[in-house]
Design a protein around this ligand. Structure first.
Ligand SMILES: Nc1nc2c(c(=O)[nH]1)N[C@H]1C(S)=C(S)[C@@H](COP(=O)(O)O)O[C@H]1N2
Ligand SMILES: [Mo]
Length: 539
């Protein structure tokens, strides 16, 4: 009996048979899939949980599955049906991507094609979810890119390792010149695969857990039923909405409402965990839970909210029906002390706004701790579960979203987030008007053309809007109705347009008689000024 003795190096070479390299290729595929999920999940932390391909594909499968399959899943796994589904999907994904790894080693770019197709399918699943937006596609794109890069680098390392073990490290192959010995090539492959695999598991589970809590807040919000207002707002008068195509609607739908905040990640607050603390220069510290707020006699109030950063003609403005409780009542409970002149509201995300105390205490200003927006709980991006809304003040000095604290203070002692960043401590909204139609730079037919838009001077009101054509005389526009001076107002001017190029301008007059200033000012430090102007052609 003869014994064949092999050196360890020879054993390594023998061990790197086709079967082994296929095994490692399969590992490459699975690790790349894990990297896809992890990097997509991480990107979804920024874009929102709706961008998670894991979640989207899962719900797409649930949507598309025939009822029999669903019933079977529920019968087999009961309430564990979702976990069972995800396990099944995980196994399927592992099998497919293991195959893709092998395919990439044997017939490149077959594996990359499989990953690419998978990315496209995941993208379709993400974008076809109810109320998905294009931003939700970003995580899947990021994940697909990361997976393709990782698969490429892993398979390249693997084939170099294979080449060295097959031919000896001194020889080279045309495609993958082995630069180092088999041990180094093996180490290089295993190291990258190992790091990528471990990082994917750690980052992926962390990001998934984070996104899952946010998804839960979405569900909590959807399940929340707001009480009816004790003091209801009057119905929107029919005369508030002019019948002009392209004119901004009087009430801004929630999903069209502008969004401005410093939050990288929208805070996800469970109402059960939320509370508002009123403290500082007060005789009595007050703490309110969300349940406390729901039990209060709530009021509805329609108010226009706008951003100090809005340029002349800009769209950082919207009007909503807010449901909430007057801040004046809450402050009365806390009893502010003499000498206090501002309230520093603080968000859970650290943002602060300094609002004059007298505005918040004013009987004629419906400054609210708002929990509802246009008949729904506040959307998460707009401050769920509670924010402030103060008619007549720019958002940066008043409209704190995800508000958790009101600190009664003094302008001499404290300042809001934007004040040390070049914006005034006081931010009353300025008198402004905007042309919506005809859009700037468009061509319209000669004849009667509806020139229309909105004008606002929240809490003061607009008494007149005028339009000027080509620098001529100012002609009065027709004003629509409004619920109160706290909202913007639509206007229309029926223009007899003759062919050629024309310039349209608009200016408003406030209810206090002030005429909108022509002087152009930039947004900083306290709001833009000037007349909105549209150049149009008439044919
Ligand atoms: N927590 C928090 N609240 C905030 C802000 C912010 O950055 N963080 N931005 C404010 C500004 S500048 C504006 S204009 C309004 C915008 O509110 P919206 O996003 O609901 O339109 O929110 C205000 N409340
Ligand atoms: Mo703002």
């Amino acid at each position: 009996m003869s014994v064949r003795l092999e050196s360890p190096a020879a054993a390594t070479r023998e061990g790197m048979a086709t079967r082994t390299s296929s095994g490692w290729a399969a590992v490459s595929g699975v690790v790349s899939a894990a990297a896809f999920l992890a990097s997509a999940e991480l990107a979804a932390v920024v874009t929102g949980p709706g961008g998670s391909p894991l979640y989207a594909v899962g719900s797409a499968v649930i949507d598309l599955a025939p009822p029999v399959a669903k019933d079977t899943m529920v019968a087999l796994f009961g309430t564990g049906d979702k976990i069972a589904l995800f396990t099944l999907m995980g196994v399927l994904l592992a099998v497919i991507t293991a195959g893709a790894g092998i395919a990439e080693l044997r017939r490149p770019p077959a594996g990359k094609v499989v990953f690419g197709l998978g990315g496209v399918l995941a993208m379709i699943a993400v974008l076809t979810r109810a109320d998905s937006s294009s931003i939700n596609g970003v995580p899947t794109a990021v994940g697909t890119l990361v997976a393709l890069l990782l698969l490429t680098t892993l398979v390249r390392r693997l084939s170099r390792w294979r080449a060295t073990t097959r031919t000896g490290w001194s020889e080279t192959s045309a495609h993958t010149p082995p630069l180092r010995g088999p041990d180094l090539e093996r180490r290089s492959f295993v190291l990258v695969a190992g790091i990528a695999g471990v990082a994917s598991v750690v980052v992926g589970t962390g990001a998934r857990a984070w996104n899952a809590t946010r998804a839960n807040v979405t569900q909590l919000r959807a399940a929340l039923r707001l009480p009816a207002a004790a003091t209801a707002e009057e119905a929107v008068p029919a005369g508030a909405s002019l019948d002009v195509d392209g004119l901004t609607s009087y009430i801004t739908p929630n999903d069209e409402f502008y969004r401005i905040d410093t939050a990288l990640r929208v805070p996800g607050i469970d109402p059960a965990d939320w509370s508002l603390r009123i403290h500082g220069l007060v005789d009595e510290e007050v703490v309110l839970t969300f349940e406390d707020v729901l039990a209060l006699p709530l009021v509805e109030h329609t108010a226009t909210l706008s951003c100090v950063s809005n340029e002349v003609g800009g769209t950082l403005i919207g009007t909503a029906l807010w449901l909430g409780y007057p801040l004046r009542e809450l402050l009365a409970r806390a009893r502010p002390q003499a000498g206090a002149d501002m309230v520093l509201s603080r968000s859970i995300d650290g943002f602060t706004a300094g609002t004059p105390l007298e505005v918040l205490q004013d009987d004629d200003t419906e400054a609210l701790l708002a929990i509802g927006m246009n008949g729904e709980p506040l959307p998460q991006e707009h401050g769920f579960p509670a924010r402030l809304v103060v008619p007549g003040l720019f958002g940066y000095v008043s409209a704190t979203k995800w508000v958790t604290e009101l600190e009664v203070s003094r302008f001499a002692d404290a300042e809001g987030y934007w004040t040390p960043r070049g914006w005034d401590a006081l931010g009353p909204v300025k008198l402004e008007s905007r042309i919506d139609v005809p859009a700037a730079g468009t061509t319209v037919d000669a004849g009667t053309v509806a020139v229309a838009g909105v004008a606002w001077h929240p809490h003061t009101g607009v008494s007149r809007v005028e339009v000027q054509v080509d620098g001529g005389a100012w002609d009065e526009a027709e004003l629509a109705e409004s619920i109160s001076p706290d909202t913007w107002v639509q206007w229309v001017y029926r223009w007899s347009a003759s062919s050629g190029g024309h310039t349209l301008r608009v200016r408003a007059t406030s209810a206090d008689g002030t005429v909108q200033s022509e002087t152009e000012l930039p947004p900083a430090p306290n709001g833009a000024e000037g007349w909105d102007e549209h150049a149009v052609s008439v044919r």
